[in-house]
Design a protein around this ligand. Structure first.
Ligand code: MTE
Ligand code: CO
Length: 390
């Protein structure tokens, strides 16, 4: 007979006293027992924390939605604290009628709700030449996935009346970096949104309050935050963020430019270096996320042996285009060391490449657009480590 479990037999404090009242926390917080679930940065990556990045704790999340307070942040000049009453969105350039909108004006256009991932092109960039960072928060955490409420950019451009020779737009941010990117008009008219809300509430300051551009499936840098101006033109502007940055230097010295779409990618979030298996051998759940800038993810395969054999994972949850997907693979772990990998296939039939396959095409100079297969080496004690398997 096992000893009685005091968790059952003893009265716990929360059974003996009344809890806090309904007004104790007018804007709720997670349980104090989850206080370790936070965005984290890697101090040596950037010179300071103002022009810097922190990472989404993917290994602590489930489902497909990233809570607003855990969405990774990437700022070139820190968080702009914009007064919404003083915020304006201007549309100028090759338009019939240059326009200026307040936040209230934007709210009078028909709006839509869409779930999209935002992935920084530099996500997984530190892993090009070999395994570097020990945890999926740091290797893959430059991504978040939220429900946006926003006005189709097409409606705002139609209001201004785009000239027939227009072919590009240049969104500009109201932060000190005044960030700009050239975007083809075709994309602007297709599925871009000027978003005011994320996951039902107003955008967080760090995500571009009071409005940001949503550029579904395309690299995060183009999703201009604190959006203050859209210039319409007939050519790209060749600004810093599309020449010196966000281009991909190939082996022969040529650089790829305008590589906007984020290709299909996946990662196992549990187990992973920050989330070891603590329960020992037996029934075990592997889970992770997958996404593609070209559509949805109908299938993810999981390997336990470094890519020699593959098992089809179980997809669960909503499957939206250009949104995160959740997969699970349940198996009976015998306690032996494993090499865990996941491989996404998107709705175009494209299959996520191995590291060697990617390097064969792109060389080793790149930072951006590393969508290769990630490997975690799982030890007998349940700990996991970032390793490289071609
Ligand atoms: N927009 C402005 N105005 N300023 C910025 O620094 N950073 C860009 C983009 N939009 C940035 C910006 C980059 S590089 C990325 S990856 C995304 O915003 C990050 O969005 P997030 O902070 O919501 O994660
Ligand atoms: Co970025």
């Amino acid at each position: 007979q096992a000893a009685p479990d005091p968790a059952i037999t003893e009265m716990q404090p929360w059974q003996q006293y009344l809890g806090a009242g309904v007004d104790a926390s007018p804007y709720g917080m997670p349980s104090p027992h989850e206080a370790h679930v936070i965005r984290r940065n890697v101090p040596w990556l950037t010179a300071d924390s103002v022009s810097s990045i922190n990472f989404t704790p993917l290994h602590e999340l489930d489902g497909i939605i990233t809570p607003n307070g855990l969405c990774f942040e990437r700022h070139h000049s820190g968080v702009a604290e914009v007064d919404p009453g003083l915020h304006r969105l201007m549309i100028n350039g090759l338009v019939d009628t240059p326009m200026v909108f307040t936040v209230e004006d934007i709210m009078r256009f028909p709006r839509e709700n869409r779930t999209y991932f935002l992935e920084c092109a530099a996500n997984t960039g530190m892993e090009w030449r070999g395994a570097q960072l020990n945890g999926c928060q740091f290797t893959h955490g430059m991504i978040h996935n939220v429900v946006y409420t926003g006005v189709p950019l097409r409606l705002l451009l139609e209001e201004a009346g785009v000239r027939t020779n227009a072919a590009w737009i240049l969104p500009e941010g109201a932060d000190a970096s005044g960030m700009t990117r050239s975007i083809p008009l075709e994309k602007a008219l297709d599925d871009c949104l000027v978003a005011t809300h994320m996951n039902g509430e107003r955008l967080r300051a760090e995500q571009g309050y009071p409005m940001r551009l949503v550029v579904p499936g395309w690299e995060g840098n183009m999703w201009v935050k604190w959006l203050r101006r859209i210039e319409v033109g007939d050519q790209p502007w060749h600004h810093r963020e599309e020449t010196s940055k966000y281009t991909d230097l190939l082996e022969d010295g040529e650089a790829r430019r305008f590589t906007w779409v984020m290709d299909a990618k996946s990662v196992i979030t549990n187990p992973s270096p920050q989330a070891p298996i603590l329960h020992g051998p037996g029934p075990t759940v592997i889970t992770g996320v997958a996404w593609s800038g070209r559509g949805s993810i109908p299938r993810v395969d999981v390997s336990l042996d470094g890519g020699q054999n593959w098992n089809q994972a179980r997809m669960s949850g909503p499957s939206f285009d250009k949104s995160m997907h959740r997969f699970y693979y349940e198996f009976d772990w015998d306690g032996s060391p494993l090499l865990l990998q996941s491989r996404a296939m998107d709705s175009t039939g494209y299959v996520q490449p191995t590291k060697d396959q990617l390097r064969e095409i792109r060389g080793e100079n790149s930072i951006y657009h590393n969508n290769s297969i990630q490997t975690w080496a799982l030890s007998e004690d349940g700990t996991a480590e970032n390793v490289e398997v071609g």
